[in-house]
Write a protein that binds this ligand. Structure first.
Ligand SMILES: [Zn+2]
Length: 382
């Protein structure tokens, strides 16, 4: 979005209004316990009575804040059920609250402009054509850390269930040095965008710390720091988009291993590199781009021999898989990728009957249903 100064002010005002309503609702839920969406919407009407300025904003857009709180409350309850320690909902700070949602009404996209009710006609660049015969259900407006505005358009289209050809299947093993090694032997090195920029970032940080607190020069340096970080994020996403699109167009079924990412991050020596890799974003992208994407359990994928299934234990330092029983010599990650593919096909594909007993025991229970983010709650109410 390319808002002019007046629109930019209105966008900021809207964000602030939403945050204010959000925090009011957080206070209410913390004081009075669980609130249904109806309760929250009723509370919003009451708020409007005393705070007339809220009428300056699109009403359905403000109501979406209660959907957001509703989702957050339910996520908390779910966490509690899963045995996690949970506190109350937290108040949103200025720097943390960056999105608001126009749902079902109050928007129109026409001739390179996005019209938002109570905000105005903003010039936009459409990155993708909106599919014909589709209905726009929702527009999410977000502000990036460096101050750019983006609109994310959600459309409803008639989905045609894809036919899956299991001959076009692939298993992918992800790693730190090689981002992806697939069962067909194709290797993609890990770009590690953040790692490359650590030195320049440290330089900017030193600069920030030398500047006087509260001065304009310091603000400028901080902003530059955020721009560099945003650029790193963009580069990472660009890489992940290109790679996942490649896999989605080449294969029908893609199998990846289920990563216990949080456990791995505990090892601080590799934590930064793991987070820099963005495997989670990658599987997410594969999930929505591919006809079929399944996470299989990672158990024994590196140890088992992909030809004869005997166990070949190896430490992290051993990069080659050497099987004494059948004589298979293969790159360690390639072997793992083939095992992942076999596991996947063992669950779904034509191989399931011809596989040895131990692989057939892989139960569909191990297929993960990824927990949706809290925000996704906004989408469920169409
Ligand atoms: Zn073997």
């Amino acid at each position: 979005m390319y808002p002019n100064s007046e629109q930019s002010k209105k966008l900021h005002d809207t964000l602030n209004a939403c945050r204010w309503v959000y925090n009011q609702m957080v206070e209410k839920t913390n004081k009075e316990g669980f609130q249904t969406r109806n309760d929250l919407n009723y509370f919003l009407t009451e708020l409007k009575e005393s705070e007339k300025w809220l009428y300056l904003h699109h009403s359905k857009m403000l109501q979406m804040v209660s959907t957001q709180i509703d989702g957050a409350q339910k996520a908390l309850i779910q966490l509690r059920k899963n045995g996690h320690k949970t506190g109350n909902l937290k108040f949103a700070r200025f720097s943390e609250y960056n999105t608001f949602v126009y749902n079902q009404s109050g928007f129109e996209i026409k001739d390179g402009f996005l019209h938002l009710s109570k905000i105005g006609k903003t010039r936009i660049t459409l990155h993708r054509q909106i599919p014909e015969n589709s209905e726009i259900k929702q527009i999410t407006i977000s502000k990036s850390k460096s101050g750019k505005w983006h609109a994310c358009v959600s459309c409803m289209i008639d989905a045609i269930l894809p036919k899956i050809d299991f001959a076009k299947s692939v298993g992918i093993d992800v790693g730190i040095t090689n981002f992806a090694y697939d069962s067909d032997g194709f290797v993609t090195p890990n770009p590690l965008n953040l790692q490359k920029m650590l030195k320049p970032l440290a330089r900017i940080q030193r600069k920030i710390s030398r500047r006087q607190n509260g001065s304009n020069n310091r603000k400028k340096a901080v902003r530059f720091y955020q721009i560099v970080h945003e650029r790193i994020r963009n580069k990472r996403r660009d890489f992940l988009h290109k790679l996942s699109t490649q896999y989605a167009s080449k294969y029908d079924a893609v199998f990846v291993e289920k990563l216990q990412r949080m456990n791995m991050v505990k090892n601080h020596r590799v934590a930064q590199k793991i987070l820099d890799s963005g495997w989670g974003i990658f599987t997410n992208m594969l999930d929505y781009k591919c006809k079929m994407m399944v996470e299989v359990s990672a158990r024994n994928t590196t140890i088992n021999c992909s030809r004869c299934c005997s166990m070949v234990p190896k430490s992290l330092a051993v990069r080659t898989h050497r099987c004494d029983k059948c004589g298979l010599v293969l790159d360690r990650d390639h072997n793992a990728a083939i095992n992942i593919l076999k596991k996947g096909l063992g669950i779904f594909g034509p191989l399931s009957l011809s596989l040895p007993q131990e692989l057939r025991e892989v139960k569909p229970v191990e297929i993960s249903t990824r927990s949706r983010k809290q925000e996704a709650a906004c989408f469920s109410e169409w």
